[in-house]
Design a protein around this ligand. Structure first.
Ligand code: CIZ
Ligand code: SF4
Length: 303
């Protein structure tokens, strides 16, 4: 099937199934192009919950589709590529977290949204990269177990020094591998560019940034900034929207390694097959779902 035919079939099936297609900011350009909404994981999950579609095709990775299912239990949530996972989310299990909690009784548990439903269910409150600082600051406990991202956790610890942050040693294989020399080198080439970086990068890189934020915050910042050139320290998928929204500005990827292979597994063909065969459906144990939802709801209460 050629691309036009694929798109035509996707649109037909979408109508027939009363489905919505949502895509994460890190998805491939042509997947972002056909999606009804593009955004970060939590914004997409909230969007799905506030609409009356019967089926959600979540173009992203597993924990994101799970988050949508946590908020929309009555909908059929499909992850087009069964193996699209997030290595960072897989770096902690619910059992690991229970053991950590036993070592620190009295500590509050904050989990980054990049975690499984089971880990969310073991946590007091969830956070995203855009609200992690505010979530931690709002807690009454001084001791806070922060999982799974050590880099986001370190950034929060620096910004909220009054708390004692107990880190987990998880990381994003894509953001964590950028080296400080790469940043210095690219800055030499583009000395006037503003450096916008994701807090999943190592602390020494975050130190060099002009702006630290989530994908949405980076996209919003670039649109509002007077600067004309930007060095982008997050997954390359964001370049699609950055370039589309700001045709007069220039964007340089901080490192050629900024590509998440899991995010690139989803193609137009996988979206088509997902709608055709209603696969792969995300299923959650109801008890886990309710507990995980509590952590997400609490995040909304505190920020
Ligand atoms: O929450 C998300 O969507 C992630 C993983 C990144 C971001 O900064 O938006
Ligand atoms: Fe996970 Fe990193 Fe890929 Fe995001 S970019 S899905 S944190 S591996």
């Amino acid at each position: 099937m050629d691309k036009n035919e694929l798109i035509k079939n996707i649109l037909e099936l979408k109508k027939k199934r009363n489905a919505v297609i949502v895509a994460h900011n890190y998805q491939m350009d042509d997947v972002q192009e056909i999606a009804d909404v593009v955004g970060d994981s939590f914004a997409l999950s909230k969007f799905c919950a506030s609409n009356n579609y019967d089926v959600v095709v979540f173009c992203g990775v597993h924990f994101m589709a799970e988050s949508a299912k946590i908020l929309s239990p009555e909908k059929t949530v499909l992850l087009p590529e069964r193996d699209a996972g997030c290595p960072m989310a897989d770096m902690i299990t619910a059992k690991d977290l229970r053991e950590k909690k036993a070592q620190h009784p009295g500590a509050a548990v904050v989990c980054y949204i990049n975690s499984s439903a089971e880990v969310k269910a073991e946590s007091d409150v969830c956070c995203t990269s855009s609200n992690a600082i505010n979530v931690v600051r709002a807690l009454k406990e001084k001791d806070i177990i922060f999982v799974p991202d050590q880099n986001l956790g370190s950034y929060v610890a620096k910004m909220v020094p009054e708390k004692n942050i107990i880190l987990w040693n998880g990381f994003c294989i894509t953001h964590h591998r950028i080296k400080i020399d790469e940043v210095k080198e690219i800055k030499k080439h583009y000395p006037d560019a503003e450096i916008l970086i994701h807090p999943e990068c190592k602390p020494e890189l975050v130190e060099l940034a002009d702006f630290v934020g989530s994908t949405k915050q980076i996209i919003d910042h670039a649109a509002q900034s007077d600067r004309k050139e930007f060095i982008i320290g997050t997954e390359m998928g964001v370049l699609y929207k950055l370039k589309k929204d700001n045709p007069d500005k220039k964007f340089y990827l901080m490192s050629q390694g900024l590509i998440c292979t899991n995010m690139k597994k989803t193609t137009l063909n996988s979206v088509y097959e997902a709608l055709r065969d209603m696969k792969y459906e995300v299923k959650l144990d109801e008890e886990i779902r309710i507990k995980a939802k509590r952590a997400l709801d609490r995040m909304l209460e505190v920020v």
